[in-house]
Structure formats: structure tokens, C-alpha cells
Design a protein around this ligand. Structure first.
Ligand SMILES: Nc1ncnc2c1ncn2[C@@H]1O[C@H](COP(=O)(O)OP(=O)(O)OP(=O)(O)O)[C@@H](O)[C@H]1O
Length: 959
């Protein structure tokens, strides 16, 4: 996978209460990873519902291949759980995947995903697992990685970069274990791990293990217990190995992986991270070679599929596109799966496993960028000077000046981190890693960084902060929950603390940890509590060197939004900044604190409800600290506009993603002709939106206007221009998509649309083809379409709406005569947008040809305008496009490949003459007649026909 491309795979438990959580996460990932290629969301929960959805998706995207393409266009793929993921991913996670995982009550993910996919990440080394029952969305999102930066200039080989570049600092791993084959875990569902990943980006995310906990999932309760491995582990491992030999290859791999993991855990605990990493590195390489050959990938796919087929929750209607025999066209399929890996050899995609060349480069880089590496590996560094840690090349391990103020005292290896010994003695490894791998990979250096006090190049902090940071590498946002749940042992995170603690730590210890961690926990690390600008100011401290370079994802998002939308626009999630259009939605509109309520997205999260630890209640209830934490959480919760309170978050998300248009600015000059319409609109719409204080009472602008006329005459253009010129948020939706795309949910969509628009006011809601939404009501029409219509009319009428709302609905139609009369009444101003007249056509040609080299003189343009009588604006565009192809057509095929762009001759009149033979008006005289008649009767233009009721009605009745 090329540098910077990230696949986001979210495990979605799709329920109203959790959707907002995940959609926010997805949105955040998308924002933070502009190059993010795939966002794949898996639905698993409501079988019927997700099944319907999937069928619908299948309908639109029938084949797995199409799905793949669908992903490729950075569109969210919603699929129905494991089989489809299997189809999409082909049994292995691409390099650089981010996996967001939530556990369902049956443990489906842990049983299946993790077993067959996630553990594979152990091999791929770069996959980051995030799983959380966190209810505080904002807090969790702040734990998400900051945008990935390109370090291509620093490292020669992009593959190395992407492999080295960790995407997160905190990892929650739920690892399923095969309880039948492993006596150690017979009663457990899986391993629950908390990892702190060094931003130094070690080659394996499991390098710095914080803690292991075994967990049981009993119904909705998650019971977590400290994992203690018995000393006779080697016996168990040996048994596992012998069992594995008799298993089919895929299961053998699973067992082997569990085996490796256990070894690693055990060694890390007993012998220290450094040696454990060495062993792990060595074993992973061997294991990786096996797993990454194509046959094994395929094995994993089939293993997953087998498991998936047995899944009770799997809905009947859904069948995986992947047959048990493997993907139908393996080569083709793997091409996609390999995602950019240039290596198409039979050995498989080696993107996941460092080649010797990569390792060589990496070694070179290491030695070039960091001459101290060797020393580090030899444990010669007594101290780390945090202030000298700078943003810059990765893998920088900075030695210390021994007597500087900002130094972290050398921590003698504790019992938890015993000095490295020769593992040969332990009997766990046959030989000490001798290949360059063990040294070249940063296993050794990275993993040893903590144990051996070589602080990795990470988001830097000053010594002052280090006290809190050291104990707060994961914090209240994610770790906060777990910190209380899993009890003690967070001491391990703090270099200034001496010994690890037993699970059930004392209250004092708990509070000490709490206070030393600070409320921010990980967020402190991310810059909110300790490291944001304000805190530095408050403490009158200079941020440490390199600090300026570090931004939390949230800060980065803000900056990007500001860049993108300026100060007054731009969606953000949860900011209460007036200058932003926040998720809560009082961005550039009025911010009315009374209207906002504090709400945690996903706060009702079912996710959370599944993770009820007995420890948390024990630890926290007695002294009310939980309450304290809740208070702090609630302070940080999202503020959501109460107008959105009853709207399904996924609809809000849909509207924001698909309907809200932040497109290019359009000025009135871009619209040729249409003077009457333009003037009227400026008077009745733009000025009132700009100066609502003047346009009050009877001067109040209409709530709805209708633009009608032949197709391609600029109705949409006008809508966009209104939004652009009045500084409004533009919502553009085609009425037909309301009725077809969101089957059965149309009226909810309408309600959501108006709610979001109100939040983002001033807003223009542009509804194309409004006739299909508000056609004449009839007896025979479908109930759902009637409901949409009613809802729309209610919204348009302003029922339940504030009179002060600056919301304009613009309907556009080519068939005004089909509009329902109630709708017609509500669209007060009905403006005819006719075909462009001679002058307008001339203007269009001039405008369109402005950017093309041409030899047209004013007479020729006049002539052209005359010859194009009856053309719409869109036809004129088509005509110019056709003419511009003239010079290219005049070249022979041989010249096309060789000619320089500037040598292509300019467009001339002859090109237009031939184009005029090919392009014809798209509007017929009969159609025009209808518009003119309707305009005369209902239009708001100056030439409209006045029905003389008293006289004409008499005539009518006498007929
Ligand atoms: N008055 C105009 N000035 C400049 N360009 C125009 C004008 N009218 C149409 N065009 C060109 O035609 C294209 C189509 O216009 P637009 O989508 O606004 O038409 P429409 O009236 O909304 O069509 P439809 O009713 O089919 O949706 C525009 O992108 C623009 O390039």
C-alpha cells in the first residue's frame, strides 16, 4: 500500500445509540487521513435490518469486485459482517490498516475477527487495533492518531515509512484465544491487552506491552481478570506445538500465532521487553513468511468463511461472494488485496514483511539518523533528556547530557523489567537472534527504549510534564475507564514510580495515580490538559522543543477546517467555537447556549453497556471518584444542538456527507443573462440573508422559491450562487433520491435535512426535481411518498420553526405543472428561468472560451450566438466542448501521441461550424410553450398573465 494510504475498517454495531459514535469515528478518520482509501464498516447487529441494507447495497453494487471498486473510491462500504469483510479483504488486513473494534454480546468479533484477522496483525506489524467500550466519544476520538505525515524525504523507502509509522499511541487489543486448545484459557473468551505504542513506530505494535488481562464475556458483562501465566508455560507451549502439527494448515497457523503471543507475553513479563522483542522479531519473521504466502492468505479466508458460515447470527439472505475453495480468480483478487504492493511474485505480497533490502535501508537510516542507536541497543544510555527529544526523523533515540535539569532519572530495571539475560537459559528459544533482522528492525531499539531508558522519539514533553505524562500515556479518555477497571499496575507507565502494584490497589494508590495522571490522561499527552497552548501559557512555560510540531487530531482537524472553510465555515465535531460550524451546529449561525445540551455521542452507547467491569464499581463507588470522573467527562462531552436531539445521528451524518455542499464559489457574473431572475433573487433572498435586521416583518424574505424552466438553463447554478453570495450553507438534494435512496425513511430524511439546515443557518436547501417530491397528491400514491410530502409541506410551512430562522428552500423543476398546489403556495416566488437570449448566449461563449486558446473575433461570436437560437446554457456548454475537440480531431492519431500541448492549434470558427452540425437544442418548442403558459399563470415575472377572476370566471361558468 503506497505511503499515506490507510484503510479504515470499522466494526460497526449499528444501533441508533452506537451509530453516532462510530460514524463520528469514521468521519474523524476520514478527516485526519485525507488519503484514506477505504472506510469499511461492518454491520452485524440487527440481522434483518442489516440484511435489507446489504441487499440494497448489493443491488447497487452487485459483485464483490464492484464492492472493491466501491471501496476504492473512498466511499463508505457498509457490509454485513464477516463474510463480506472476508470478501473484501480476502483474508488479510492490508498494511497500515486501522481497525476499530467493538465487541458484540456474542463475542463474535473476538471469536472470529480477531482470531482470523487481527492476530494476523501481529505478523503484519503495522496494523493498529483500537477497540474501546468508551462512551465518551470526544475523548476517544482524541485518542485517534494525528494525521499521518509524509516522511518520504526522510526515508528512502516508503514501505518502511508506512510500516514504521504507527498511527496510534494507545492500542486496545482483544485477542481471542482458542480456549479448547489452550488449557490456560479454558474459561476465558480472550486476552484483553492494553498497549502503549511508542510513536517511534516500532515494527510491531506489541512491542511495549502494558498489561494483559484475560476476559470473559458472559452475556453483556465483561469480566476482566489479571492474567498470570504459570511457570510451567513451556510445557503448555510444547503441547500446543505438538497439537499444531496435526492440524490443518490454517488452524495450525492460528495455534502457532497464539503460541508466539504467549511466548512473547511470558518473556516480556519475566525477562523484559527487550529480549521478548528479540524473540518475537525472530519468530514473527518465520511466521510471517508462512502467513504471507498466498496459500496461507487463502487459508485464512477459508477459515474465516467456515467460521462465518457457522455463525448463528448470520442472516439467511446473505451469502459471501467468496467460495470456500477460495477467491475465484485468486490472482486478480490478490492484486486488489495487495493494494499497491509491487511484488506480484508467487511468494505473495511482501509489503507486510520487510525484505532484506528494506531492512538494509532501514539499518542505514537508523545508523545515519541516529548514531546512538547502537549505544541504545547496548544499554549504555543512562539518562534521557526529554527536552531534547525533537520532532524529526523517526526512530531518534536521544542520549542525555547527564546533568541537565530536564532529565528523567535512570530507572533501575524493576522486577517487571529485569535486565536482559540470555534467553537460551530459559529454554524458550533455540538460539539467540543472529540475523540482521533482530537488530535492524527496531524491535530491539524500540522495545528496549522503555526498559532501558532510551526514550523513543515521541511526541515530546518537558520534564515538568513528564511526571504526569509518564503516568498518563493512556488516560481518562480510554485508559481512564480501564485504569479504574483494571485496577493497579499503571505504575508501569510511570518512570517515576517504583514498583508495579497488585491488581486491587489501595484507594490511596488509586487516587495518587489519578492525580498524578491528571484528568487528561492520554489527552494530556495529546495536548489538551497539559500540552495545549493554553496550559503552557497558564504555566508560563515554553512548550518543549518540537512541541509545536505536535498537534492532536482535534487541533489538526480544526486547522484543516479553517483552511478549508475559512473561519466561518466548516464542520467540526464538537467544538463550541463560534467560528466553526460544529457538529453541534451553531457554527456560523447563531450560537444559542440555551439551545445546546451537553450530550455524549454514543453516550447511551450499547458498546459501553457491554463492558461492565466489576472492578470499576468496586474501585470507584466507595469514594465517589467515579462521579468525579463522570463530571469531568460530561464537561468534555459533545455539545449537540438540541434541534438535532431527536434526529438519528446517521442521518445527520448522511446529510453532512452527501447533501451539504461546500463546493466552489459562484458569483452572479458566472451566470449569463437571466437578469430579471438575478435581480429578483438578490432583492428577496440575498439581501435579507445578509441583513436580517432590516428585512423584518412584511419585508421578511419568502421561505421558499421555485425556479422553473427548461433543463440546463442554470437553475442549479442560481441555487449555488445564492448560497455562495449570501454566505449560507448549501444543501443540495435531488428529490428523487429522497424517494428512492432512503426507502421508507424519506420523511425522516426530510426532517433531518431541515433540522441540520436550521442548525447551519443561514442555509439554502436546494431541491432539484422538486416536482417528483411534491407532485399532486392522489388516492393511488404510495403511503411512504405521501408521508414525505406531508413532512415536507410541514417543514416548508415553518410549523415548529422559529420565525427568525434564516432558511430558504429553493425548488427547481422542469415540470412545474405537476406540482401540488399546496407546495406551489408555499414556494411563494416562482421564477421562470428561460432559455438564454441572444446576449446571454454571446456571454456564455465568451465565458466558456475564455480559458481556451481561440481565434474567434466579436463578429464570429455574434454569429455563433445567432446560430445557437433555442440552445440552453447546458447546450451552449456542450457546443463549446464539441468545438474545442475540433483542433484535436484535425490531428492524425500518430500526432496525438507526440504533439506538445502548446502546438495544438487554437479553436476557430470552422470548429464551431462543424460543432453546430452535431449539437442540437435539447428543448423543443412544445416544451417551451408549457413553461410560458405556466409562467403566465403562476410565475412571479413581469410578463405574467393576470387571470381576471370576476370576468373570466363568469365566462368559465357560462361555458
Ligand atoms: N445562465 C447560465 N450561465 C452560465 N452557464 C449556464 C447557464 N445556464 C446553464 N449553464 C451551464 O449549464 C450547466 C447546467 O446548468 P444547471 O445545472 O444550472 O441547469 P438546470 O437548469 O439546473 O438543469 P436541470 O433542470 O436539468 O437540473 C451549468 O453547469 C452551466 O455550465
Amino acid at each position: 500500500m503506497p505511503l499515506g494510504q490507510v484503510t479504515c475498517w470499522t466494526g460497526l454495531t449499528l444501533e441508533p445509540t452506537t451509530y453516532d459514535f462510530w460514524s463520528l469515528v469514521v468521519a474523524r478518520l476520514r478527516t485526519n487521513f485525507p488519503n484514506c482509501r477505504n472506510v469499511i464498516s461492518a454491520l452485524t447487529v440487527e440481522p434483518t435490518w442489516s440484511c435489507d441494507y446489504v441487499r440494497y447495497q448489493q443491488h447497487s453494487h452487485p459483485s464483490p469486485a464492484a464492492w472493491k471498486r466501491f471501496c476504492g473510491r473512498s466511499i463508505e462500504l457498509i457490509a454485513s459482517g464477516i463474510p463480506s469483510l472476508d470478501t473484501v479483504l480476502g483474508g488479510g488486513l492490508p498494511l497500515g490498516s486501522i481497525v476499530l473494534l467493538t465487541e458484540d454480546e456474542l463475542g463474535t468479533y473476538s471469536d472470529m475477527f480477531l482470531k482470523t484477522y487481527l492476530a494476523q496483525g501481529l505478523v503484519h506489524g503495522d496494523t493498529v487495533f483500537l477497540a474501546t467500550p468508551e462512551t465518551n466519544v470526544k475523548a476517544f476520538c482524541e485518542c485517534l492518531p494525528a494525521p499521518m505525515e509524509s516522511h518520504a524525504d526522510e526515508l528512502a523507502d516508503p514501505k518502511i515509512v508506512s510500516r514504521c509509522y504507527q498511527l496510534s499511541d494507545i492500542v486496545f487489543g482483544l485477542v481471542a484465544i482458542d480456549s479448547t486448545s489452550n488449557p490456560l484459557y479454558s474459561e476465558y473468551t480472550g486476552l484483553f491487552q492494553l498497549h502503549k505504542i511508542s510513536p517511534v513506530n516500532s515494527l510491531t505494535p506489541l512491542a511495549e506491552v502494558s498489561d494483559d488481562w484475560a476476559f470473559k464475556l458472559i452475556k453483556k458483562r465483561l469480566l476482566i481478570e489479571r492474567l498470570t501465566l504459570p511457570p510451567e508455560l513451556d510445557t503448555v507451549l510444547r503441547k500446543l506445538s505438538s497439537d499444531a502439527s496435526s492440524l490443518p494448515p490454517n488452524l495450525a497457523l492460528n495455534t502457532e500465532r497464539a503460541n508466539i503471543l504467549l511466548k512473547y507475553r511470558y518473556t516480556a513479563k519475566r525477562k523484559g521487553d527487550w529480549l521478548a522483542s528479540e524473540i518475537l522479531g525472530n519468530q514473527l519473521r518465520e511466521y510471517g513468511n508462512r502467513v504471507d504466502d498466498r496459500q496461507s492468505i487463502n487459508n485464512f479466508a477459508s477459515a474465516t468463511l467456515e467460521l462465518a458460515c457457522k455463525l448463528r447470527k448470520d442472516c439467511k439472505g446473505w451469502k459471501s461472494g467468496l467460495p470456500l475453495s477460495g477467491p475465484p480468480n485468486l490472482q486478480e483478487f490478490l492484486k486488489n488485496v495487495d493494494s499497491g504492493c509491487a511484488n506480484t511474485s508467487e511468494q505473495g505480497c511482501t509489503a507486510a514483511v520487510p525484505s532484506s533490502h528494506e531492512l538494509h535501508n532501514f539499518k542505514l537510516f537508523m545508523s545515519r539518523s541516529n548514531p546512538e542507536t547502537q549505544k541504545a541497543q547496548n544499554h549504555e544510555l543512562p539518562l534521557v533528556e526529554s527536552s531534547r527529544i525533537q520532532a524529526g526523523p523517526l526512530f531518534r533515540i536521544t542520549p542525555l547530557a547527564p546533568h541537565t535539569a530536564n532529565r528523567i532519572p535512570y530507572r533501575q530495571p524493576s522486577s517487571h523489567h529485569p535486565p536482559p539475560t540470555d534467553l537460551k537459559q530459559t529454554g524458550f528459544i533455540a538460539k539467540k537472534p543472529s540475523s540482521s533482522f533482530g537488530h535492524d528492525r527496531d524491535f530491539s531499539s524500540n522495545q528496549s527504549t522503555v526498559t532501558n531508558n532510551v526514550v523513543p522519539h515521541r511526541k515530546p514533553f518537558s520534564s515538568h510534564e513528564s511526571n504526569s505524562i509518564k503516568t498518563s500515556n493512556f488516560g481518562s479518555s480510554v485508559g481512564g475507564i480501564y485504569s479504574s477497571r483494571v485496577g493497579g499496575r499503571f505504575k508501569k507507565w510511570g518512570n517515576n514510580e517504583k514498583e508495579e502494584e497488585p491488581v486491587q490497589s489501595s484507594e490511596d494508590d488509586f487516587s495518587r495515580r489519578e492525580s498524578s495522571r491528571g484528568r487528561g490522561g492520554f489527552r494530556g499527552y495529546g495536548g489538551r490538559n497539559q500540552f495545549d497552548g493554553s496550559s503552557f501559557e497558564e504555566k508560563h512555560e515554553q512548550p518543549p522543543i518540537g512541541m509545536a510540531a505536535f498537534k492532536t487530531a482535534r487541533e489538526q482537524l480544526k486547522i484543516e477546517n479553517q483552511k478549508k472553510y475559512g473561519n466561518s465555515h466548516g464542520p467540526s465535531f464538537g467544538g463550541n467555537n463560534h467560528s466553526e460550524t460544529s457538529y453541534g451546529g451553531y457554527g456560523n449561525g447563531k450560537y444559542d447556549p440555551a439551545r445546546t445540551i451537553k450530550k455524549s455521542l454514543g453516550g447511551k452507547g450499547v458498546v459501553n453497556s457491554k463492558f461492565v467491569s466489576p472492578l470499576i464499581s468496586n474501585n470507584t463507588s466507595s469514594d465517589g471518584r467515579q462521579q468525579e470522573r463522570q463530571t469531568s467527562n460530561s464537561q468534555e462531552n459533545e455539545e449537540i444542538d438540541e434541534r438535532l436531539k431527536n434526529i438519528e445521528p446517521r442521518m445527520i451524518e448522511l446529510i453532512k456527507n452527501e447533501i451539504m455542499d461546500c463546493g466552489s464559489k459562484i458569483t452572479w457574473d458566472d451566470i449569463a443573462g437571466l437578469h430579471f431572475a438575478k435581480t429578483t433573487i438578490q432583492e428577496i433572498v440575498v439581501w435579507p440573508m445578509l441583513r436580517p435586521d432590516i428585512f423584518t416583518g412584511l419585508r421578511r424574505p419568502p421561505k421558499g422559491i421555485l425556479l422553473f424552466g427548461p433543463p440546463g438553463t442554470g437553475k442549479t447554478l442560481i441555487g449555488k450562487c445564492i448560497a455562495s453570495q449570501s454566505g449560507s450553507t448549501f444543501f443540495s438534494i435531488s428529490a428523487s433520491s429522497l424517494t428512492s435512496k432512503w426507502i421508507g425513511e424519506g420523511e425522516k430524511m426530510v426532517r433531518a435535512l431541515f433540522a441540520v439546515a436550521r442548525v447551519h443557518q443561514p442555509a439554502v436547501v436546494f431541491i432539484d426535481e422538486i416536482d417528483s417530491l411534491l407532485s399532486q397528491r392522489s388516492e393511488s400514491e404510495h403511503e411512504s411518498s405521501r408521508r414525505i410530502k406531508t413532512e415536507f409541506l410541514v417543514q416548508l410551512d415553518g410549523a415548529g420553526t422559529d420565525e427568525e430562522d434564516r432558511l430558504l428552500v429553493i425548488g427547481a423543476t422542469n415540470r412545474p405543472q405537476e406540482l401540488d398546489e399546496a407546495a406551489r403556495r408555499r414556494l411563494v416566488k416562482r421564477l421562470y428561468i428561460p432559455l438564454p437570449d441572444l446576449e446571454a448566449r454571446k456571454e456564455m461563449v465568451q465565458q466558456l472560451m475564455k480559458c481556451e486558446r481561440n481565434e474567434l473575433n466579436p463578429q464570429e461570436i455574434d454569429e455563433l450566438a445567432k446560430s445557437s437560437d433555442g440552445f440552453s446554457g447546458a447546450d451552449m456548454k456542450h457546443l463549446c466542448q464539441e468545438a474545442c475537440l475540433g483542433p484535436i480531431r484535425s490531428l492524425g492519431p500518430s500526432q496525438i501521441s507526440s504533439i506538445a500541448a502548446h502546438q495544438v492549434r487554437p479553436v476557430n470558427m470552422s470548429d464551431f461550424t462543424s460543432a453546430l452540425k452535431r449539437v442540437h437544442p435539447s428543448v423543443g418548442p412544445d416544451d417551451l410553450h408549457q413553461y410560458v403558459t405556466w409562467n403566465k399563470t403562476y410565475g412571479s415575472g413581469p410578463n405574467t398573465f393576470r387571470f381576471r377572476y370576476s370576468k373570466d370566471l363568469k365566462n368559465y361558468s357560462s361555458v
